[in-house]
Write a protein that binds this ligand. Structure first.
Ligand code: ADP
Length: 253
């Protein structure tokens, strides 16, 4: 079987002000079943803990201080994990929670432990849901992004494809929310200065990465020989079409 790592951005898995986007997760669970029938296992890297926790704790916007962010992450991770587990279980699939910090992939021994656990979970038919442990990794809240984490997870499980589901259908020659002349880029074989310059800052209120972190993570994956795709989380059936080898979004090879 092949393995697909799917990174899900905050703006895809949460709804502004209300928290977790159940209908998205339910759709993902159905796609996971279809992927399995096509011979693909799924590993999810999901953002959204802070955005899910904030409304539970009465914050109408993302709080500014670190302990409040940590509290939101801690509360929100429960809400998020429960939503994944319930929706996937309804489709006959077990999920698991894997919270990583940068230390876990930086130290050789813990890297190997993380790799062994993830590999075994996938072998057992589980869909691991991975996130950064934002409750205890304060630096991760400030600088971290799950695009980089997804690339590391894809390397850990020797993935065959790493897909980033974003709020945009792929890479453009410039940020299309700012530049009306931006053109879509279907395929990238080399990450040069022009590609890096095309990636402006994120315009979404809940995400922390933006296009530049996605390009950096695609570069890590290109070096590792793992193809990656950026496509829209709103594009229904995109993962199954990718599994069938169809062109969706922007492909980095
Ligand atoms: P998510 O959290 O859903 O992964 P991000 O907000 O982190 O999304 O990143 C996607 C956003 O990056 C787009 O909505 C867009 O505003 C911005 N962006 C900046 N430069 C580009 C570019 N060259 N091509 C596409 N999107 C870009």
């Amino acid at each position: 079987a092949k393995t697909m790592v799917v990174k899900i951005g905050s703006s895809t898995v949460t709804e502004p002000g209300t928290g977790v986007n159940r209908s998205f997760i339910a759709r993902l669970a159905h796609e996971a079943v279809e992927l399995r029938s096509l011979g693909w296992n799924l590993v999810v890297v999901s953002s959204g803990a802070i955005a899910c926790g904030a409304p539970v704790l009465g914050f109408s916007t993302r709080p500014a201080d670190m302990p409040s962010l940590q509290a939101c992450a801690s509360v929100g991770q429960c809400v998020l994990s429960a939503a994944y587990d319930e929706e996937f279980r309804a489709c006959g699939l077990a999920t698991s929670l894997v919270l990583l910090t940068r230390h876990d992939t930086a130290r050789r021994q813990s890297y190997l432990h993380a790799r062994d656990a993830l590999t075994r979970l996938v072998e057992l038919g589980v869909v691991p849901v991975v996130n950064e442990n934002d409750t205890v990794s304060v630096d991760e809240i400030r600088f971290g992004d799950n695009d980089t984490l997804a690339a590391l997870v894809a390397c850990l499980v020797s993935a065959d494809l790493c897909v980033t589901l974003s709020d945009i259908e792929g890479l453009y020659t410039a940020n299309p929310s700012i530049d009306p002349n931006a053109r879509f880029v279907p395929r990238v074989e080399k990450i040069d200065a022009a590609i890096i310059a095309s990636a402006g800052d994120s315009s979404s209120a809940v995400g922390t990465g933006g296009m530049i972190t996605k390009i950096r993570s695609s570069r890590i994956l290109m070096t590792a020989g793992i193809p990656s795709v950026i496509c829209s989380g709103a594009d229904e059936g995109a993962l199954a079409r990718l599994a069938r080898g169809e062109q969706v979004g922007t492909l980095f090879v």
